[in-house]
Design a protein around this ligand. Structure first.
Ligand code: PEP
Length: 259
């Protein structure tokens, strides 16, 4: 990823309460500290459940850790009568840098359409958060070799309200649904094919320079054992890691993929 700082982001999903979260962040920090990890060379972020964020903030800010953190979702609305929803304003106040938008588990389990995803991307920017915008095809689409068309269409919709200036900071995560939590990792060539197509789309929507600066992550059963081959691909600039991110030693090894 020439000129782009790789990002390793751990999506904890609905795992770890706030006490377990504190332990994980401490262990991750110790492990990376032991390895003299250069956070400016490979950025590391954790994405805990909402209820952990205050504890994670207190630890990271109090001990001046170099980890970044964010949330797994946000409301498209700023405030009001939306029982159970969480505003981007709250996340910003808790020191979040990132917010995941459009994860396939939200699209499927909570019926989030492309329009809802687009509204959430706009809400993230409205509150000064950086979206980690997820896209990816299911097995049916992959079997018919429709992955590029599917992802391009998801991203065109999600980016409809995003300006060139905003787009410069976005993070895109390509996550083939058939590879999430299944142990079925896409081949490095599969990941590169779609990530390159995403960069071509970004160049068309914004500019070549903007597209060259945007980080495109791969996600789907990433582990310490397969991350280096994926990171060797030209258009892959990091990983969105689910299952392997709740094991601090494994996630630290993923962050240290260059060792
Ligand atoms: C994810 O849900 O973002 C993900 C990539 O999960 P896993 O690494 O467990 O496949």
């Amino acid at each position: 990823p020439v000129g782009r700082v790789p990002l390793m982001a751990g999506n904890w999903k609905m795992n770890l309460d706030h006490l377990q979260a504190t332990h994980l962040v401490q262990k991750l920090d110790w492990t990376l500290r032991d390895a003299k990890h250069d956070y400016a060379a490979v950025e590391v972020a954790v994405l805990p459940p909402f209820t952990d964020l205050r504890s994670v903030q207190t630890l990271i800010e109090g001990d001046k850790l170099h980890l970044r953190y964010g949330a797994q979702d946000l409301s498209p609305h700023a405030s009001g009568a939306y029982t159970g929803d969480i505003s981007g304003a709250f996340l910003k106040k808790l020191g979040c840098t990132y917010v995941v938008v459009g994860h396939s588990e939200r699209r499927e389990g909570h019926h989030e359409t492309d329009d809802v995803v687009a509204a959430k991307v706009e809400a993230a920017y409205a509150h000064g958060l950086t979206p980690i915008l997820c896209c990816g095809e299911g097995l049916d689409v992959r079997k018919e070799s429709g992955q590029v068309g599917h992802v391009v269409s998801q991203l065109r919709a999600a980016l409809a309200g995003v300006s060139k200036e905003q787009a410069a900071s976005i993070v895109i995560a390509y996550e083939p649904i058939w590879a999430i939590g299944t142990g079925e990792v896409a081949t490095p060539d599969d990941a590169q094919e779609v990530c390159a197509a995403i960069r071509t789309l970004l160049a068309e929507l914004y500019s070549g320079d903007v597209a060259d600066g945007i980080r495109i992550l791969y996600g789907g059963s990433v582990k310490a054992a397969n991350v280096a081959a994926i990171m060797a691909q030209e258009d892959v600039d990091g990983a969105l890691v689910g299952g392997a991110s709740i094991d601090p030693a494994e996630f630290a090894s993923i962050c240290r993929y260059r060792d």
